[in-house]
Design a protein around this ligand. Sequence first.
Ligand SMILES: *Cc1c(COP(=O)(O)O)cnc(C)c1O
Length: 404
Amino acid sequence: MTDQSAFETLDFATRAVRAGIERTQFGEHAEPIFLTSSFVFDNAAQAAARFAGDEQGFVYSRFSNPTLSVFQDRLASLEGAEACVGTASGMSAILSTVLALTRSGEHIVSSSGVFGATAQLFNMFARYGVETSYVALTDPAAWEAAIRPGTRMFYLETPSNPLTEVADLAAISAIARRNGVVLVVDNCFSTPALQRPLEQGADVVVHSATKFIDGQGRVLGGAVLASRKLVEDALMPVLRTAGPSLSPFNAWVLLKGLETLSIRMQRQCASALEVARWLEAHPAVSRVHYPGLESHPQHLLAMRQQSAGGAIVSFEVRAGSASAERDAAWAVVDGCEMLSITANLGDAKTTITHPSSTTHHRIGPEARAAAGIRESLLRVAIGLEAPADICTDLARGLGRAPSR
Ligand SMILES: *Cc1c(COP(=O)(O)O)cnc(C)c1O
């Protein structure tokens, strides 16, 4: 099957391992890695036709490569998108999207609960005349109220990092549509295995493929998915010129990651729910943030919008006073012996991080307070270990929390 449209009727799990494949004349079974920077032409006329875009075919790996194409076609199939472009990292996917969609004098409305570097990137764009307003992810009326004449783009993550707040995609996309604004959703936490924002009204999906799409913490990568028109007219000119390109080797690692994505997500979500329930019952924990728990303020919305709660669980450690919160949280991190102290997530290995001193350090105390990120907050990204072993290790950490 090399006709990509033939894949559309197949199940997600099947497309995850087969969509996008184009065999070479050697009949290889696994997808080949084309580590080549450029492609040769039969003659000068063909070179000219390829450069002009009059003839289909590969030219130069800054913007076209067969391994990259397999990754892009497979991810597009999984997200239900017409087109996809791979990028070197999640941040370069977001950068390319902002460059493609906005110009000086225009305006972005972003959720205040976004990845730390994403907010930093938006703030950097103020230098180039693109301003960003931040609103609460969970309050659609605030999104509408923040619109002004130059508003071009809405940007959000759902569930958000690190508090796992959930956006009402139907409500926010309806506001975007009414006002001629493009809705961009960072689908990193859910992946298309749990949630497909384009089917729920979003115009653009961005990914940090570094996380669950790789799934084993090996390479950086990213992607932008949208209509063919938006990709061809707005994104490709940016990618081709600015060069935030995904290496063919990394594209290969990521497309292999897609093959196990849904089975990993099923297992990691089931374990996350088990760990979240266990944490909720622990006396040293004051609050657990996990969309799969009935106690999550948007549990019902989350369960309508995504097929499981995700693999990220955040929780607040009990502390005697506000000034003791950081010490209490750090004691838990340092008391765990198995969990990896690293900011990456989506790995097979469970990781633990203290957002306010790591991923969300650079946004500063005021923005953290506005986003509700306390010093007592820890984020755990559940991997593929047995959930009982993850709880045993967390119990060791929580046993060190000074105030009980
Ligand atoms: C990690 C992350 C990014 C940035 O991706 P990189 O691949 O590290 O550049 C963007 N959004 C979210 C939600 C992330 O977790």
